[in-house]
Ligand binder design. Structure first.
Ligand SMILES: *Cc1c(COP(=O)(O)O)cnc(C)c1O
Length: 405
């Protein structure tokens, strides 16, 4: 079989697209002016930023004044959560609700706040990776400052009932933040219709460059300044604007949100074909709901092998994928997301995430399905764990979360 090169790690990052790059290029040289300057190349860039802010707002159903540029998803998450915490602590509200399987940009921010006198409720998720809105409602207290629940999970691709959670928060008068980094461009988002008060997004997950993102802050919500200095971003995040990045972000979000139904219709059958094909390999399990799932996201555990060895073999065959999330693959601890589904360490260790975008084809899916069973077989043949499993008749329990005798 002819070797193919397949980038199946879109949840980690994406390449800057040609259209986005072309839109950005003039802003590195000809249009280099500081948007705060008075002469024409400065004023032109100020206008370009106003235009970009408006286009980004349109894609989210927001007002341009509600869009604040940041350096990406992690910064937006930090600003939203610490900002609300700081603001509402003064009113005696020192309780935050989140979930156990958030991105570390949210979880570690919450842990930081716990060290500073805040109380955090970490909601569990269902075995198929969904958050129950009723549990959110039940967790809200008199002193709750913020609910922060991710829109779509970066490891298992599950999409949360965001509008329902938003409605609950609104009814109870609690602010609602969502980390929508994985959702933008995959799911139709309307911040007003979904009662979202704060939303984080990051350009590099949808073909804009790394290091540019935004935080939507609903009008009426005032956060403390993130960076003190000049008057940029309404004085809330000072520093000369990343003009090329902002232009690229606007172009990329327009392209990403323009044809979500078509993209979903193209990718969902390919995703399902991959899932069904991979699950034919014995002793495998799908992680995360099949139904409430990003169209380009697959996560499967293989009994008896290590995710890392699987990634190295796949790389040899030209397939770039991930095991857990890129941030945790440097460590030996299994992913907190997979553990949150109730998986034992053995089952979580042998996991594979394939996440792909619009350029993914049927031929790519066929290639993966052709090489993967062979790779798994070879790795299992070399695995002492697999040998023990076979010899001692160890097998999956009923819900395939653990291995039992
Ligand atoms: C990638 C990612 C982030 C971090 O975004 P950066 O722009 O890399 O800081 C945060 N949350 C989720 C869900 C992500 O997938």
């Amino acid at each position: 079989m002819e070797k193919r090169i397949i980038y199946a790690d879109h949840s980690a990052t994406t390449a800057v697209s040609d259209e986005v790059l072309q839109a950005m290029l003039p802003y590195f040289k000809e249009h280099y002016g500081n948007p705060s300057s008075i002469y024409s190349i400065g004023r032109e860039n100020e206008r370009a930023i106003i235009d970009a802010r408006m286009r980004i707002a349109n894609c989210l159903g927001a007002d341009p004044k509600e869009i604040f540029f940041t350096a990406g998803g992690s910064e937006s998450d930090n600003w939203a959560i610490k900002g609300v915490a700081d603001k509402l602590a003064a009113k005696g509200k020192k309780h935050i609700i989140t979930s156990v399987f958030e991105h570390h940009a949210v979880l570690h921010t919450c842990e930081f706040l716990e060290k500073h006198g805040f109380e955090v409720t970490y909601l569990p998720v269902s075995p198929d990776g969904l958050i129950d809105p009723q549990q959110v409602a039940d967790a809200i207290r008199e002193d709750t400052a913020l609910v922060t629940i991710m829109y779509a999970n970066n490891e298992i691709g599950t999409i949360q009932p965001i509008a329902e959670i938003g409605a609950i928060c609104k009814a109870k008068g609690v602010l609602f933040h969502t980390d929508a980094v994985q959702a933008v461009g995959n799911v139709e988002i309307g911040v007003k219709a979904q009662n979202i008060d704060l939303l984080s997004l990051s350009g590099h997950k949808f073909h804009a460059p790394k290091g540019i993102g935004a935080l939507y802050i609903r009008k009426g919500v005032t956060l403390p300044n993130l960076v003190h200095g000049g008057g940029q971003e309404s004085g809330k995040r000072a520093g000369t604007e990343n003009v090329p990045g902002i232009i690229g972000l606007a172009k990329a979000i327009e392209l990403a949100t323009a044809n979500i139904p078509a993209k979903t219709a193209k990718l969902t059958p390919l995703r399902d074909k991959l899932i069904d094909g991979i699950l034919k390999i014995q002793d495998t399990r799908l992680n995360g709901s099949r139904e409430h799932r990003l169209p380009g996201s697959v996560n499967i555990s293989f009994v008896g092998i290590e995710g890392e060895s699987l990634l190295l073999m796949l790389d040899h065959y030209g397939i770039m994928a991930s095991s857990g999330s890129a941030c945790t693959s440097g460590s030996l601890d299994p992913s907190h997301v997979l553990l949150s589904l109730g998986l034992s360490h053995e089952v979580a260790h042998g996991s594979l995430r394939l996440s792909f975008g619009e350029e993914f084809t049927e031929a790519d899916a066929d290639y993966i399905l052709a090489v993967l069973p062979e790779i798994v077989e070879r790795l299992r043949a070399m695995s002492p764990m697999w040998e023990t499993i076979q010899k001692e008749g160890i097998h999956f329990n009923e819900d395939k979360t653990k291995l039992v005798k």
